[in-house]
Design a protein around this ligand. Structure first.
Ligand SMILES: NC(=O)c1ccc[n+]([C@@H]2O[C@H](COP(=O)([O-])OP(=O)(O)OC[C@H]3O[C@@H](n4cnc5c(N)ncnc54)[C@H](O)[C@@H]3O)[C@@H](O)[C@H]2O)c1
Length: 323
């Protein structure tokens, strides 16, 4: 277990992605030596550009499905490698399943071999389209095992099962974070997630495309808060799973209106068909995060959205993701 980042050697798989790059920055800032292992399938060197010259930061370009080429002692493994948004996992269904299964086994083997603590970056998607609301960690979920989203949801469920099994069978020091929708600078701009999609549309003066009637809810968390939750969970001795996310629910329609308001856009709202198996409600029960980690999200939605919009406005319009 790693109680403090200072002086620790930490492997972050998926470290060149959105969440991973914020995590790497935080850990290097706290004095850790960080090895970022990433295939760059959805991440980029640009995300970690501010760290590249740092003597305690290294990027290893590798697919975790082929093994994790890191030698020497390791104190902590944060396993975040996985494509994370519907556009990508629908485009890469078999790779997504392999990363969650084979890739996670390699990350767990690294932790088991080196005696490191292991944190799995799991997801609220393990709850599927939940029949319990808000979602407590004791809820087992409602996932369609053969629907299009299942490649992601079931890969993460398998990853959770593997993590729990390594703990039981090998005594590996593991924990599981169930991460809910997180937003902020460095989110991929063209991958269909609701915040970047709305912001891009609003900045371009195009209609904001709201799925269905927009009454489905999301609860969003500022990336800095999510990363703080992950770091606290890693530093605790807790096995988890622990929900990490925002617990202020907002309908997708209200989110679209907030984005229009903050960007002062002339955009209108256009309703489009709901994707298959789209969850209707999403909100974490944070009792465990608060009780075990003393963690809850701190950043108000309007503040986080404003910072995200400023960053996205400075980036300009992205290329479309290949179909
Ligand atoms: N952002 C969210 O709202 C959210 C919510 C729930 C869970 N998560 C989880 O957090 C993690 C990070 O998500 P993100 O939003 O930063 O996505 P992201 O796509 O920005 O980052 C994922 C990173 O993993 C890398 N990767 C993917 N497959 C890989 C492989 N086989 N080998 C090596 N690297 C690989 C990608 O190149 C990318 O850099 C993911 O595991 C995701 O499932 C994110």
């Amino acid at each position: 277990m790693v109680a403090e980042a200072d002086g620790a050697r930490i492997v972050v798989t998926g470290g060149a992605g959105f969440l991973g790059s914020w995590l790497c920055e935080r850990l290097v800032g706290e004095g850790a030596t960080v090895v970022c292992v990433d295939s760059l399938v959805t991440g980029s060197r640009e995300n970690v550009a501010s760290l590249e010259a740092h003597p305690r930061f290294t990027v290893v370009r590798a697919d975790v499905c082929d093994g994790i080429p890191v030698d020497g002692h390791v104190d902590m493994v944060f396993h975040l490698a996985s494509v994370a948004s519907p556009v990508h996992y629908l485009r890469l269904p078999l790779e997504t399943l392999r990363t969650g299964s084979v890739g996670t086994t390699h990350a767990l083997d690294l932790a088991a071999r080196t005696g490191a603590r292991f944190l799995l970056g799991s997801t609220s998607e393990v709850y599927g389209d939940p029949l319990e609301h808000p979602q407590h960690e004791s809820y087992w979920g409602n996932v369609n095992p053969i629907g299009p989203r299942s490649v992601y949801d079931e890969a993460k469920r398998f990853a959770e099962a593997s993590t729990a099994a390594y703990r039981r069978a090998r005594g590996t020091d593991t924990t599981i974070a169930r991460i809910f929708n997180t937003y902020g600078p460095r989110m991929a701009l063209a991958d269909g997630r609701v915040v970047p999609a709305f912001v891009q549309q609003a900045l371009a003066g195009e209609p904001l495309t709201v799925a269905g009637d927009g009454s489905q809810t999301r609860s969003l968390c500022w990336v800095g808060d999510t990363v703080d939750g992950l770091v606290r969970l890693a530093a605790s001795g807790e096995a988890g799973p622990v929900n990490i996310g925002g617990d202020v629910e907002i309908t997708v329609l209200d989110l679209a209106r907030r984005v229009i308001q903050i960007t002062r856009s002339s955009s209108t709202i256009e309703h489009v068909p709901l994707p298959q198996d789209d969850p209707q409600v999403r909100r974490p029960d944070l009792t465990q995060a608060e009780g075990l980690l003393g963690w809850r999200p701190r950043t108000p939605l309007d503040d986080g959205l404003t910072r995200t919009i400023e960053w996205m406005a400075a980036r300009g319009r992205p290329e479309r993701v290949p179909a």
